[in-house]
Design a binder for this molecule. Structure first.
Ligand code: ZN
Length: 123
């Protein structure tokens, strides 16, 4: 995405300046401090530091997986369609993807999206 490094999975999904911008947007959305992440393994390992609440962990997993998935899709959009999405747009896509994943996997329909992302139970 940045044309400054070889496109390995760790670079494209986590370490690229583009991926970092997306991750920073996600971090702001979740109102969390972003710990230094350089590899996909760092991302997976960081999930274990998010407490023991099963429901919270599932949502955090969905956010991280949705983030990696969306960065990968935006990379493909650039490579195959020559369309570079701004990182903020990717962050918006992640919010939609995660909402749909969680909504369809968990019964949290009683919570509306605006309050869901600010609920102290989750973030
Ligand atoms: Zn890059």
């Amino acid at each position: 995405m940045c044309n400054e490094s070889e496109e390995g999975s760790d670079h494209v999904l986590v370490d690229c300046t583009y991926a970092r911008s997306v991750l920073e947007g996600v971090s702001r959305w979740c109102n969390t401090q972003l710990v230094p992440l350089h590899t996909v393994k760092d991302v997976v390992d960081s999930i274990s530091q998010w407490g023991v609440c099963k429901k919270r962990r599932k949502i955090i997993l969905a956010i991280y997986y949705g983030t990696l998935w969306s960065i990968w899709k935006s990379r493909n959009e650039k490579v195959f369609k020559k369309n570079r999405l701004p990182p903020d747009k990717v962050t918006d896509i992640i919010k939609s993807v995660v909402y749909l994943w969680v909504k369809n996997r968990e019964k949290i329909d009683r919570l509306n999206w605006a309050s869901w992302s600010q609920c102290p139970l989750f973030f």
